[in-house]
Design a protein around this ligand. Structure first.
Ligand SMILES: [Zn+2]
Length: 276
């Protein structure tokens, strides 16, 4: 599909109409794209962490997480209420409607946030004269594991899967690729396994607990920065290449100015009978 200029489209989805307008010029095009390399680490606490090995940007994922937590909570209570009434009854149908509405709405909110996150990252890339960006390819990681390993992994990561669906990863990558390509920056999908467990300074491997990576050699860094820094080196030198590593200048951004109370409006609380 061609994204034409000055294009307006009426789209019907999830039982609602929305008007899609193509607007040019939201991201300022650089005169000439840079040639530096950057690497991205995708995650749950932070939505995206990107580094060029001396500076980094972390876009927090808190807003995304709160939408998902809200969705899970509401879904659970709707499902519970549905299980208590007769299938296909009026009440049951009402609850089903509420469920569909909730899913459609939170999906739109997540998509909107994903747009904002990828826009921030694109802006950072322009500012830092980036020409190429490496991002973890999750398909590749899944394909490369053996079946037995995959089964084990599935067990372990069920919780993680709940938090971050492949749909979201795919959407984040897709939107980022689109936004970057508009300003002449290339996005490359690469395998990123284990990059967050290796110390960038001495190469010692361990699984960090919590958000801070603390190595026995004395190296301390934000865990997400470690992941993206190692990933950056893999893409730069073909290996993680531990070496004396200084502190990276980190900038934190929210995808938008928080108005959390207005982001999620509970749909028809009256459709939900109180427990008991
Ligand atoms: Zn170390």
């Amino acid at each position: 599909m061609l994204a034409g200029q000055n294009r307006v489209e009426l789209v019907y989805k999830d039982g609602k109409y929305s008007l899609h307008c193509a607007i040019t010029g939201l991201i300022e095009k650089p005169e000439k794209p840079g040639d530096k390399l950057a690497a991205i680490d995708l995650g749950e606490i932070h939505a995206m962490a990107i580094t060029d090995s001396s500076e980094a940007l972390i876009v927090t994922g808190r807003a995304l997480r709160s939408i998902k937590q809200y969705r899970a909570k509401r879904l659970a209570s709707i499902n519970q209420a549905m299980s208590r009434c007769k299938k296909h009854s009026r009440k049951w149908k009402k609850l089903l409607m509420a469920k569909r509405k909730l899913l459609a709405k939170t999906r739109r909110q997540i998509l909107d946030l994903t747009h904002k996150i990828t826009r921030k990252v694109t802006g950072w890339c322009i500012e830092h004269k980036i020409g190429r960006v490496a991002i973890g390819n999750l398909d590749g990681v899944q394909r490369n594991t053996s079946r037995k390993k995959a089964a084990l992994k599935k067990q372990k990561s069920r919780k993680v899967n709940q938090k971050l669906s492949t749909w979201e990863f795919g959407k984040q990558t897709q939107l980022l690729e689109y936004k970057l390509s508009r300003v002449g920056i290339q996005l490359k999908k690469e395998d990123e396994s284990y990059t967050s467990q290796t110390c960038p300074a001495c190469g010692h491997r361990h699984k960090p607990k919590g958000r801070v990576f603390k190595c026995r050699c004395g190296y301390i860094e934000h865990r997400d920065i470690v992941g993206s820094l190692n990933f950056w080196r893999v893409n730069k030198y073909g290996e993680m290449k531990p070496q004396p590593t200084g502190k990276i200048i980190v900038k934190y951004l929210r995808p938008f100015v928080l108005r959390q109370k207005k982001v999620v409006v509970p749909a028809e609380p009256q459709a939900l009978p109180k427990a008991g």
